[in-house]
Design a protein around this ligand. Sequence first.
Ligand code: TRP
Length: 406
Amino acid sequence: MVDEVKEVTEKVADLDVKGDAQEDDGTEVDPWDVKGKVDYGKLIKKFGCQAITDEHVTRIERCTGMKAHHFLKRKTFFAHRDLDQILEAKEKGQPFYLYTGRGPSSESLHLGHLVPFMFTKYLQDAFKVPLVIQLTDDEKVLWRSLGIEEAKRLARENAKDIIACGFDIDRTFLFQDFEYVGGKFYENINSIQRSVTLNQARGIFGFKGEDNIGKVAFPAVQASPALPDTFPHIFGDNKKVRCLIPCAIDQDPYFRMTRDVVPKLGYHKPALIESVFFPALQGDSGKMSSSDPNSSIFVTDTRKQIKTKINKYAFSGGQDTLEEQREKGANLDVDVPWKYLNFFMEDEEKLAEIGEAYSSGKMLTGEIKAILIDVLADMVERHQRARALVTDEIVDAFLARRPLSL
Ligand code: TRP
């Protein structure tokens, strides 16, 4: 069985890829909401994390022997906590593992959801380390009006999209909370729950008196996978394997809490590597959201739908008339097609040429949009081909409790 799964997941990986912090300025960033134009420099200070530097990028290239992902070079992943400790561990030949997750709130993922998984896949390939992926079906029941059965179904559907990103079956364990909570996982949840007071949880997450009590208890469920002995079939009872969590920066509050409490319990603080948000088609007002279909491109969209959405909704920093555009050029800072290309066009030189031509007025909005449509449609079609290969048996194989290659 594992051999068959491997054959398919290798095929999947080989498919050609073309392609509650309140701020004074009205921005709001917490795990449930991102509102207003986000100033990432300020967010780093506010959250107390560090910036990813060019030195990190070269150090990662040196210790993996692989070219850095463009998400690193372009600082799409721009902030971290204790990344240096992870790199030091790697340089000394000590093991670490990766942990990421997804709250299954919708049938299909949008492009923004793919970003952390694409990056995690790169990290897994570069560092050759085990990876655990949490599907928080329980979280979505507490926060959305989703039934338990529906949340469980969505978790499995989303698992297919995640597997389609090309993860290595020998090194990847996927779990959904409704199925996996129990045993050592629940013991760790319990230890974390008793270590955090309601006042602390309120301070970190902004819980209100009218919130259901499940929400207050949930952060421990997202925290526990950062403790290696939550996975006895992978790490036995070893409490000292370090953990690196790639995620979007809105997840930071969960792990700030985790880092506060776990040293007392005998573990290393988990390290983090955090990304900016993927902007909505309409531009600079927070992140792409699945609840507004016109703000998002989904991995299930057709080339035609992508074309329509980009042409109709993608906010342009280009000038209003042809003459003006030729004369002044586009404002790249607010231009959504340009931002999207920075996420998904790998070719550095081509990207630089486009930036130069568009900002100087040699290139028009319609032209950059046409380039983007091709890049996105190729990527989405690749994803759809990969996802079609992921059967229920393959999902079960990734969900099976088993040892992983360390
Ligand atoms: N809370 C996340 C969401 O709503 C899901 C999640 C669980 C996660 N564990 C994680 C995200 C670890 C990043 C890293 O999508």
